[in-house]
Ligand binder design. Sequence first.
Ligand SMILES: [Zn+2]
Length: 203
Amino acid sequence: MRSDHPHATTPPDPPDIGDHLALDLLNTEARGRDGIVDHWRTEDDVLRWLARHEVVPPSPAGRAPHDLLARARTLRTHARDLIAGRKASETGEIGDIGPLNGYLRAYATAPELSRDDSGRLRLIRVAETDATASLLGPVAEAVADLLVAGDFALVRQCEHPDCILWFYDRTKSHRRRWCSMAQCGNRQKAARFRRQKKENEDR
Ligand SMILES: [Zn+2]
């Protein structure tokens, strides 16, 4: 378990606790001691995150496109509006889907036959658009997929009041409450223990 959340000043990598690419996207912003920490500060941060989530190969060739950071952050803002809005809405209504559709439309792919390592034929899809649209397309698709097919009873935000991380509860009992037990679960338990101790002392 990482020890850099949520009170680190220079977190190296965002915590991957979302259990869904769209929620890990939101989790690239976390709450730190001095407010919101953005784990994406450079184009390379975004590229590294994409590689960790297998959107691109482990060591992507070439440099990150110059507009990757700005467009990734804008996608994240739209995703947050839509996902948080959908979570808060009792009727399933969400905000403007236009901007997300822009990212989806920009991600044009074509089917292509290729051979795998053992020479077997396989059908893959190859991006046909500019580099940034191709990099962010699968992430936009994950957001759209969550909105369409996700069970929003299981899409939750960590219950710790100082934490803003999201996760998809895939536990069997569907009773996950924390981004991680090691961090927020134990912090909350300790706070409750202190409160009870104080109440006993005040009696
Ligand atoms: Zn948390």
